[in-house]
Design a protein around this ligand. Structure first.
Ligand SMILES: [Zn+2]
Length: 413
């Protein structure tokens, strides 16, 4: 069976130009004693918007690994796949994030539910989790409600998993189940039953929806103390469920939209260390935003280009935000007008974009609009890709520093 390692890091690369810079961050971490497995993740949504193909992700990753003599493992994550999109990735991925969010609350026949309850009478009741002071009391009605909510999702996950096994063979890939792109977070105790429902899949990571908001490219928005309490509960439940249901020992949590959650990293680090648990963190857009930062700071034609990207993104805000509606929070009133941005120099543009919270110019709305604005760059085609290449030394420095200093070190060291 392929192993992900205790710490793994999703390093999405929208335009497939930064694999080396990203891997350099991982290598620098390793040199200072931090072992992290790199995973290049890209969703069908990103491929579809950019008109790219997973073969390119695979090729660029392989090339970076070869050029930089990376001898440890690495993976290519088919992120957020379902039965209709999974084949697109099949020949190129060895990590599959099976997304069953759409199947939560899908109806299941009462007969099926009753038969499941009949076979698992001892599952509900008083559940005492070591480390959690109060035991949970799950009544038969609660149990039935949980099954009604998650059974179709578990069945779908199993179907997709079997489909991948048929194509790639057992043990030839990493399996993650995601249910983060939903409105309501799962309750920690629900996760216990979800893990039971998924126990026949050799899961290595699971991505629940946590409490609070995980908007793309900006910091966590929510109650930090509540997050801490729930995250600790989830870790304890996960630990208990692993022993109870004989799940893979290295099964760990996966945090989606994980970039830039600077206020959460100390909490996650402290609790995963306390309970000796691994973690997988996914990022993607943060690297694209470093590309924009690098282009802005390069000035001249590159600065003109990123101003143009903003102008177009501003005029197509609704369209660009559409696919990301649930994971961004932009106040149009707080966005600078394109005519204003046009007058900015390289520092003003970069400082408005960069995620430095106490910088007076930082504007999270500007940052989020550019986060979803990669479609504009994709449509530009060669002029954009050429600019990435021409300004590579500046850009790759920013890509590497962002991953290493602001993500890997705070989270994994
Ligand atoms: Zn996700």
């Amino acid at each position: 069976m392929k192993r992900l390692g205790k710490y793994s890091f999703g390093i999405g690369d929208r335009f497939a130009r930064e694999a080396e810079a990203q891997l350099k961050a991982i290598i620098k971490a390793k040199e200072s004693g931090i072992d992290v497995t790199p995973v290049w993740n890209k969703s069908f949504r990103e491929h579809d918007i950019i008109k790219s193909h997973p073969s390119e992700t695979r090729q660029k990753a392989n090339q970076a690994v070869e050029n930089l003599n990376w001898n440890s493992s690495y993976f290519i994550d088919a992120d957020h796949v379902n039965l209709t999109s999974v084949d697109f990735f099949m020949g190129h991925s060895d990590f599959f994030t099976i997304d069953v969010a759409d199947y939560i609350n899908k109806p299941v026949s009462s007969r099926e539910i009753q038969s499941f309850i009949g076979r698992n009478r001892n599952l509900p009741g008083r559940i005492e989790i070591p480390g959690i002071r109060e035991p949970y009391h799950v009544t038969d009605d609660d149990f039935e409600e949980i099954l009604r909510k998650y059974m179709a999702a578990a069945r779908e996950a199993s179907g997709i998993y079997q489909h991948i096994v048929a194509a790639k063979g057992k043990g030839q890939f990493i399996t993650e189940i995601s249910m983060d792109e939903v409105d309501e977070p799962q309750k920690p105790i629900e996760l216990y039953f979800i893990l039971y429902l998924l126990k026949d899949i050799p899961l290595q990571t699971i991505a629940p929806k946590f409490t609070g908001q995980f908007f793309k490219g900006i910091d966590y928005a929510g109650d930090l103390l509540l997050f801490e309490k729930e995250f600790e509960e989830i870790l304890l439940i996960l630990n208990f469920a692993k022993r109870q249901f004989n799940l893979p020992g290295d099964l760990k949590l996966s945090i989606h939209s994980g970039s830039d959650k600077f206020s959460l990293y100390p909490v996650i680090k402290r609790l995963t260390t306390k309970y000796n648990q691994g973690i997988h963190l996914k990022t993607a857009g943060t690297t694209w935003l470093e590309e924009i930062t690098g282009l802005a700071l390069s000035g001249g034609k590159a600065l003109t280009l990123v101003k143009k990207i903003y102008t177009i993104a501003y005029s197509r805000m609704d369209e660009l935000c559409g696919p990301y509606r649930a994971v961004i929070d932009i106040d149009p009133e707080a966005l600078p007008k394109p005519q204003v941005v046009d007058g900015w120099d390289e520092r003003k543009y970069a400082n408005t974009l960069r995620h430095v919270k106490n910088h007076p110019d930082y504007n999270p709305h500007f940052r989020q609009l550019l986060h979803v604005g990669y479609k504009v760059a994709a449509e530009m085609g060669d002029p954009f890709l050429d600019a990435l290449e021409n300004n590579n030394p500046v850009i790759s420095g920013h890509v590497m520093d962002n991953l290493l200093k602001r993500h890997i070190i705070p989270l994994f060291s």
